[in-house]
Design a binder for this molecule. Structure first.
Ligand SMILES: Cc1ncc(COP(=O)(O)O)c(C=O)c1O
Length: 384
């Protein structure tokens, strides 16, 4: 049997010999229905309710962050984070091109221009050396220490690295380089709940980290997100901005910013509270599945993308890498033909029509690896 067939049979042996196998599906094995009923019975199904507060407390416990602010989704979490950092249409925001489109969209919502920086081959997240090379050549600090792009005069307002498929990126190095240039780092940890580096959670290294609880993530709220931070003033501001910037008062409607209706509804929070109770189980099951794939692919021509040194990945979407685009396409064709859902990496953002005119540093690694990566079925599965 060739490796493609061996891999497909392993997937079938884990997820079922017949029927369609999705890439990632949610598991509802805990208190989901109980908490949803409690939520409905309470009458508080919208953006005020006990589960929203409980969810925020749980996010602090799980990530170790001091504060968490619940949002309607992960895209809104990034957007509001950038707004709170004062990003506007005069700014440039650094990110990676190998990411889900939401990262670029959230930057674009502020009016800022994204600039794409290359990624590391191993972590698939932003490359610290590519970032440093760009900053050294293109950025200068003014008398107040504010970083500006020498070529276009734009203020470099933030750096948004992403933990690709839940693999921790080289976040400490990225932050220390950004610190030299006074650039705040917002970690897009949408895919990385439960991932960590040297025991510290992804999303807690930068000034802020954002998460997604979409239906395809390790745990889901149906739709939902969160921003975590250790900065109390920032956390208060984020909560204010996500709740239409209403000035607290028993009856008056006074708002002091252009705010957003970005607060997670209680009904979604009820679901995600039940899901978070099972996070450790899901992580253990996904890790055991990753071990199976890894063992099968050892010494084969397909590379299993493993967690970087000193890191724990959540193996949200398990990724493998082919030696060429042709061999990737052959596997995509074969697996999808046999009802096993597999997917290539996203089209890098600099190749999408709306971002084509964006600025970019050279992206050789992004271009080289993005056409060879495939995600394979990664849902949590109890071992039999
Ligand atoms: C890297 C990344 N950023 C942002 C998001 C946006 O999250 P949401 O779908 O909850 O808006 C997602 C996922 O969906 C993502 O994968």
């Amino acid at each position: 049997m060739d490796t493609n067939s061996k891999l497909t049979s392993l997937i079938r042996s884990v997820f079922g010999e017949t029927g369609f196998i999705p890439l990632h599906e949610p598991r509802f094995r805990g208190n989901e229905k109980k908490y949803l009923n409690e939520c409905i019975d309470s009458g508080f199904v919208s953006s005020v309710g006990a589960f929203v507060t409980r969810f925020e407390e749980e996010m602090c416990r799980i990530t170790g962050a001091k504060y968490a602010v619940a949002t309607v989704n992960g895209t809104a979490a990034i957007h509001i984070g950038l707004v709170a950092l004062g990003v506007d249409d005069s700014c440039e925001v650094l990110t990676q091109a190998l990411t889900f489109v939401a990262t670029g969209n959230a930057i674009a919502y502020t009016g800022a221009r994204p600039r794409f920086i290359d990624v590391d081959e191993t972590s698939m997240g932003m490359s610290a050396s590519a970032l440093e090379a760009f900053l050294k050549s293109a950025v200068e600090l003014d008398d107040e220490g504010t970083p500006y792009n020498k070529e276009n005069g734009r203020r470099i307002a933030a750096c948004v690295p992403m933990h690709t498929f839940g693999m921790p990126c080289d976040i400490e190095a990225i932050i220390s380089i950004c610190d030299e240039y006074n650039i705040p780092v917002l970690e897009d940890a949408a895919e990385a709940i439960g991932s960590s580096k040297k025991g510290k959670s992804c999303g807690t290294f930068g000034v802020m980290g954002t998460f997604s609880f979409n239906g395809n993530k390790v745990v889901t709220a149906g739709g939902g997100g969160a921003v975590v931070t250790d900065n109390e003033a920032l956390a208060k501001h984020l909560k204010h901005l996500t709740t239409t910037a209403k000035v607290p008062h028993r009856w008056e409607y006074v708002h002091d910013f252009i705010g957003y209706n970005y607060r997670m509804p209680n009904v979604n929070a009820a679901l995600v509270c039940a899901q978070l109770e099972q996070l450790d189980t899901f992580l253990a099951e996904k890790r055991a599945l990753a071990e199976k794939y890894k063992a099968l692919l050892q010494d084969s021509e397909i590379e299993f993308i493993d967690e970087p040194e000193n890191c724990k990945a959540n193996f949200w979407l398990i990724a493998i890498r082919f030696s060429s685009e042709e061999s990737r396409d052959e596997f995509l064709q074969m697996s999808n033909d046999s009802d096993v859902m597999t997917r290539p990496a996203w089209e890098p953002l600099h190749q999408l029509s709306m971002f084509m005119a964006s600025d970019q540093a050279p992206l050789p690694v992004t271009e080289n690896i993005s056409s060879r990566i495939v995600n394979i079925p990664s849902s949590a599965m109890p071992s039999n």
